[in-house]
Design a protein around this ligand. Structure first.
Ligand code: PMP
Length: 420
């Protein structure tokens, strides 16, 4: 089997990189090394990120943007430095269009309230796709219910690609917003985003790109893509939980009303009314997650040190190896065979429920998902109640893949016996 896979020389050494992640050395079940394959859900954290956050609390903690004492200035510099690092990383048109949120979900809800709410009315359409994560579906359902706008969906075909032929019919001048994922968290499909964005703009629609599964894994250039809104989460890219980003194009930024009101987001306040601070602060009411931003800044520097091109190339090769190996398991079906794929591999096994499989694999130390993967409509479309998903990052090795396949084979034999 090994002879048939390409050499894994991508200028990236996963075995050396693993040493940066303390948790990857632990055994959750005694005698079973942890094989962590749930990276689409959240990634592990390198020591540099853990240390950056600890050092912030040890050495530089103070509230930001408020006080004039030196420590507060240092904390503010750290917070704003992280914003600059993120803006550089995603090639944002400017820093004040980079808004810190608690994550991709919060970013999408912010757009729905701050931009969508005043703009959408009955007769307008919000275009989505059938492969969206609930986070890029439910906020739009809620907005549609509040405004009378309707939802429409680009269908997904059997191999897990968007049916682009349907766009001629669906992309009409009534579409206010086209919100879609860059990379599917279920099928691993990498969508042709540049083309989709150009076509949306041609009918006057704004675009929200859900980059939760792309920014951590491949170079993403906001300016080149020209998307209006881009969202992602820190915890899926070696950063902490509770911090994420909404990057907004300058023209759209001017159109956005505030969503949450409170401290930090104001300019002048009287008892009756208030005026707003300039972006990004206008959209960051209350004390922000300063340590989270510092951790995200450290994660960005860490990923830049490895190189996003290298990460993407390595993960693609690893995914191809996973697919080839999993195909040898009797009764196993891979869901998602798009030409352009990421390191997300979902599968089902005949005669076994995904929860039971995930539980059996856990006994071997192999952590994968079993469930609806926050995409219930896509499960329904594919005719399955749930799926298993193994998702990879640069610190996963071929040994991890081999451990996965060994464990899946063991599960397959178990269920074949149980089903008689
Ligand atoms: N979109 C996609 C494609 C995702 O995979 C996820 C997380 N699984 C989200 C949005 C939501 O991210 P978060 O839970 O960090 O807000």
């Amino acid at each position: 089997m090994r002879a048939s896979v390409p050499s894994f020389d991508f200028g990236l050494d996963p075995v050396a990189l693993r040493r940066d992640f303390p948790i990857l050395a632990r055994e959750v079940h005694p005698g079973r090394p942890l094989v962590y394959l749930d990276n689409a859900s959240t990634t592990q954290k390198p020591l540099v990120v853990i240390e950056a956050m600890a050092e912030h609390y040890r050495e530089t903690n103070a509230n930001v943007h408020r006080a004039v004492y030196r420590l507060a200035e240092i904390a503010t510099d750290a917070y704003e430095g992280a914003r600059r690092a993120v803006a550089r990383f995603i090639h944002a048109p400017n820093e004040h269009g980079v808004i810190f949120t608690s994550g991709a979900t919060a970013s999408i809800n912010l757009v729905a309230h701050a931009w969508g709410q005043p703009r959408c009315k009955a007769g307008d359409v919000i275009l989505l796709t059938e492969m969206e994560h609930h986070s890029n579906l439910v906020p739009w359902q809620m907005l549609a219910a509040r405004t009378g706008a309707t939802l429409a969906f680009v269908p997904v075909n059997d191999i897990g690609e968007l049916e682009l032929e349907s766009l001629d019919r669906l992309l009409t001048p009534r579409v206010r917003l086209f919100a879609f994922t860059h990379v599917s968290n279920v099928l691993g499909t990498v969508n042709p985003v540049r083309d989709l964005i150009t076509r949306a703009h041609a009918v006057g629609a704004a675009v929200l790109l859900d980059a939760a599964q792309s920014v951590p894994h491949m170079p993403v250039d906001c300016r080149a893509l020209d998307c209006d809104f881009l969202v992602f989460s820190g915890h899926k890219m070696c950063g902490p939980t509770g911090i994420g980003v909404l990057a907004v194009k300058p023209e759209r930024l001017e159109e956005m009303d505030p969503f949450l009101g409170g401290g930090e987001m104001i300019s002048r306040v009287t008892l009756e009314q208030a005026t707003w601070a300039e972006p990004p602060h206008k959209f960051e009411a209350g004390t922000p997650h300063v340590a989270g931003a510092v951790g995200l800044g450290a994660a960005v520097a860490y990923l830049e040190g490895i190189g996003l091109e290298a990460i993407h190339a390595y993960e693609r090769a690893l995914a191809a190896y996973v697919m080839a190996r999993l195909e040898t398991v009797p009764g196993l079906r891979i869901h998602g065979r798009a030409t352009a794929r990421s390191g997300v591999v979902s599968f089902s096994l005949e005669g076994a429920h995904p929860h039971d499989i995930a539980q059996l694999l856990d006994q071997d130390g192999v952590a994968i998902r079993g469930g609806h993967l926050c995409a219930q409509p896509l499960m329904r479309k594919r005719g399955v109640p749930a799926l298993n998903r193994a998702s990879f990052y640069f610190y996963n090795t071929r040994d991890d893949v081999d451990a996965l396949v060994r464990s899946v084979l063991r599960a397959q034999e178990f269920f074949a016996r149980a089903n008689g």
